[in-house]
Write a protein that binds this ligand. Structure first.
Ligand SMILES: Cc1cc2nc3c(=O)[nH]c(=O)nc-3n(C[C@H](O)[C@H](O)[C@H](O)COP(=O)(O)OP(=O)(O)OC[C@H]3O[C@@H](n4cnc5c(N)ncnc54)[C@H](O)[C@@H]3O)c2cc1C
Length: 474
């Protein structure tokens, strides 16, 4: 295969690495992919946490190389751009013009293609659904069919499979998305401190009804009467005010990876205590710049290094409304039982707006996100437990945040995964796909999955599970 000849280190935000992968330019993909046996995967900006954005021993298509805005309609907010553009660049262009992306994740450094391929969600899922809801059409390059324009009416099956398709249906070259009109990029934020998890569930629905954005930070280390205490943070765009589109530069950057993560034990508990008390009792309002509201973590460069040399494991599950309070409690208790505290714990309610994507993660219910330093087998055992609790509560586990999701968890979370596999571009595959769905013939020659459970058959299987801990009564 033609490539740049360079062996580039492709990694994910959680620290997984595509060993032996080589870089492929988007321009080369078309020609190279026609050669038999070629295996590739688009790579955006590596802000996925696990291995769904990686292909060990394969060609990683550097989507970031093409990042131009192609057209913008100031009347309708329709923006056409190359898929390698970052959401930060879209905000910088659109903000001063009074327009804003309808869905934003917790970092602005993700590409348009990555946002579509993972069908990301934001703090306003209850109002706007996922990112894919706002995609009008996209241009897909496939190794077997060439360049196709896909929309709800043209190649509709590929459109639905590509949104949430984790890069497996082909390379998204361009996309047209619908922005929303805003009076200002500034956010009127209200923070309400609550003392118990139950208080959050009493407030969550009303917060969603009243506000464009709503999310909670949970002190996942608090126990007893304070279990699940935290802050409910709501926001709406200011009706008028500044229209800045450029976030402030980072206040600091983590220069290197410490040998042991400081985000554990007493330091973590102390951080949570201080952070909890930072908000005074009651509800407080203020107007904040957009980057402080949406992307607080972006203010510290390479913060993921703080999780230590083995990286960071994030777990995100969504649990249907009826089991939300019990399920979320069980997930936090499970982390306690395993003696592993989550540094950053975020709780949010997803609304009912359906995604156009056939394997979209976001669906109605409560979604809890937990972050742990990777401590090897101990953390993997915890993740398995969290998966089990989520699945038993009728929920689903997020694949692009996960390091080692089993085939069974994936298949239960995404019943239409075979439809995606049927529409998969046969030149495209990922380490994640090979581990959960793929067949042995496509298994990478060299892989960094040293800690992955052995997986010789690649048929769907129920992984061996550790003894249940704190099984919730659903
Ligand atoms: C601090 C932080 C906060 C986050 N908060 C959220 C959040 O609130 N909500 C949320 O949903 N996610 C969140 N994420 C995850 C992140 O938004 C997604 O993983 C996003 O998809 C990453 O985009 P990326 O451009 O880095 O793509 P990558 O991680 O490089 O790739 C993501 C997937 O997209 C595919 N892909 C990339 N480009 C293309 C293309 N041109 N054509 C086809 N496929 C392509 C890749 O193959 C891969 O499967 C967060 C991540 C971080 C680090």
């Amino acid at each position: 295969m033609s490539d740049h000849g360079d062996r580039v280190r492709f990694s994910s935000w959680g620290g997984s690495v595509a060993s032996g992968a080589h870089a492929v330019s988007p321009a080369d993909f078309d020609r190279a992919s026609r050669q038999p046996g070629v295996r590739c995967l688009p790579y955006g900006n590596g802000r996925s946490y696990g291995d769904s954005c990686l292909l060990s021993g394969g060609g990683m298509i550097e989507a970031r190389r093409n990042a131009r805005i192609l057209s913008f309609d100031e009347e309708t907010g329709l923006l056409e751009a190359e898929a390698g553009i970052l959401l930060s660049e879209i905000i910088a262009f659109a903000g001063p013009r009074g327009w804003f992306p309808q869905v934003l994740p917790g970092t602005q450094f993700v590409t348009l293609g990555g946002a579509i391929a993972n069908d990301i969600h934001g703090k306003n899922h209850h109002r706007r659904g996922t990112f894919g809801v706002h995609v009008d059409n996209l241009v897909l390059m496939r190794s077997d069919q060439g360049r196709l324009t896909c929309s709800r009416t043209e190649h509709a099956d590929l459109f639905a499979a590509t949104i949430s398709g984790m890069g497996l249906t082909g390379l998204i070259e361009e996309a047209t998305i619908r922005l929303m009109r805003v009076g200002s990029t500034e956010i009127c934020e209200t923070t309400t401190r609550f003392d118990r998890l139950e208080d959050y569930f009493e407030r969550a629905e009303a917060a969603d009804e009243r506000h464009e954005y709503a999310v909670a930070w949970i002190d996942s280390l608090a126990t007893g009467k304070r279990f699940g205490r935290g802050h409910l943070i709501c926001g709406d765009h200011a009706a008028s005010g500044r229209r800045d589109g450029v976030g402030r530069p980072p206040i600091a950057s983590v220069p290197l990876t410490p040998p042991v993560s400081p985000l554990m034990g007493p330091a973590l508990k102390a951080f949570n205590e201080v952070y909890y008390r930072k908000a005074k009792p009651g509800t407080h309002a203020r107007t904040v710049p957009f980057d402080g509201f949406f992307f607080p973590l972006d203010r510290v460069g390479r913060w993921n290094r703080l999780y230590g040399p083995r990286g960071l494991c994030q777990h995100q599950g969504v649990i249907p409304d009826e089991h939300g309070p019990a399920g979320v409690r069980a997930l936090i208790e499970c982390a306690h039982t395993h003696g592993q505290g989550s540094f950053l714990t975020v709780l949010k309610r997803f609304g009912a707006i359906a995604s156009p994507g056939i394997t979209a993660f976001a669906r109605p219910g409560y979604t809890l996100t937990l972050d742990f330093p990777n401590r090897g087998a101990r953390t993997l055992a915890l993740l398995e437990e969290l998966d089990r609790i989520t699945i038993e509560a009728g929920g689903a586990v997020n694949p692009y945040k996960h390091h080692r999701m089993s085939s069974a968890t994936f298949a239960t979370s995404f019943p239409r995964f075979q439809d995606l596999d049927a529409l998969r571009d046969r030149a495209m595959v990922s380490d994640f796909w090979l581990r959960t769905v793929g067949n042995a013939a496509e298994r990478p020659v060299s892989s960094n999955q040293a800690e992955a459970p052995s997986n010789d058959t690649f048929t769907l299987r129920d992984d061996a599970r550790p003894a249940p801990v704190g099984t919730p009564a659903f």
